[in-house]
Structure formats: structure tokens, C-alpha cells
Ligand binder design. Structure first.
Ligand code: FES
Ligand code: FES
Length: 165
């Protein structure tokens, strides 16, 4: 059996130092080691996007990445999106206001992918519905038909601030 490997990461602003099996996936590190179960496992085969989080500001399907590949990285999960006082992030508010979820299983991944999308689009003028649909095509939802998810992301884009760089 392979020896554990040292891993240092900052997750939602908090530093963590762990010894992990070299084959441990990032999603399992987040959920099982750190207890951050807002990052979901939908498929484990890089199709659904339920496991999406931000690694150094870029959205990543955390079932496709080894935890040790993130050594030294800054990771943001859905638990890190609300403000210190519990105020909702504009994307969370957008999903709330626009009924952008039904079962909610896809929602954390959708929000993290949308955060990256909006951050990358920042300064390019208003994002269009087509750009939102294209940007989220790697995230699957089996409940909503996507209409209200797109509305939620457009509302957050219009609200305009608080999207992580
Ligand atoms: S669980 Fe990672 S893409 Fe589905
Ligand atoms: S709300 Fe159920 S999978 Fe998207």
C-alpha cells in the first residue's frame, strides 16, 4: 500500500495540513477528511459537475483531480460562498430568488461553475443567456430543465459583485 503524502491546502480561507493516500480524489478529501459535504458526488466519472469547486479560482470537477495535485492551492467550496455574517453570495441569492433548483443535488456544482464563469467574464460587458448556457454545459441537472438556473446566473451577473476572482 502506498505511503501517505503530505498535503497543505487552504479551503474557504482556512489552512489544512493532512497526510493523505496518494490516490485520494479531491472530492473525497473535501467530503470525508474535511467534512465539507456540500461538494456532491453525482457520477464519479467527470460527467455531471456536481463535484465542482474552485482551485486557485478555476472551476474544477473535483472527482477528476487527486487531492495531492492541489498541494499549496486555495480551494473554495460551496460552504465558502456565503459572507462571514451568513449573507448569501449573489449567486446563491439568484438561485433563491429565481427558484433555480428542485432537488438541489446539482446546485453547489452549478454555483461554483457559475462563479468561475462570471469571474472570467468580468469586464467583458453583460453576459448573455447563450454564454451562460454554454458556460454551464459541463454541469447536468435532471430536475429543472435549466431555465431557472440560467435566470439565476443572469440575475447574479446583474447584481454584479461578490463573484470571486
Ligand atoms: S461527480 Fe464529478 S463530475 Fe460527476
Ligand atoms: S435540481 Fe435536481 S439535479 Fe438539479
Amino acid at each position: 500500500m502506498a505511503q501517505p503524502v503530505g498535503l497543505q491546502v487552504t479551503v474557504n480561507g482556512q489552512a489544512h495540513s493532512s497526510e493523505v493516500p496518494p490516490r485520494l480524489l479531491l472530492v473525497h478529501y473535501l467530503r470525508d477528511v474535511l467534512g465539507l459535504t456540500g461538494t456532491h458526488v453525482g457520477c464519479d466519472t467527470s460527467n455531471c459537475g456536481a463535484c465542482t469547486c474552485l482551485v486557485d479560482g478555476e472551476s474544477v470537477k473535483s472527482c477528476t483531480v487527486l487531492a495531492v495535485q492541489c498541494d499549496g492551492a486555495e480551494i473554495t467550496t460551496i460552504e465558502g460562498m456565503a459572507g462571514a455574517g451568513g449573507e448569501l453570495h449573489p449567486l446563491q441569492q439568484g438561485f433563491w430568488d429565481n427558484h433555480g433548483l428542485q432537488c438541489g443535488y446539482c446546485t453547489p456544482g452549478m454555483i461554483m461553475a457559475a462563479a468561475d464563469l462570471l469571474a472570467r467574464h468580468d469586464g467583458d460587458g453583460p453576459i448573455t443567456e447563450a454564454e451562460v448556457r454554454k458556460g454551464l454545459e459541463g454541469n447536468l441537472c435532471r430536475c429543472t430543465g435549466y431555465e431557472n438556473i440560467v435566470k439565476a446566473v443572469l440575475a447574479a451577473a446583474e447584481a454584479g459583485q461578490g463573484v470571486p476572482a
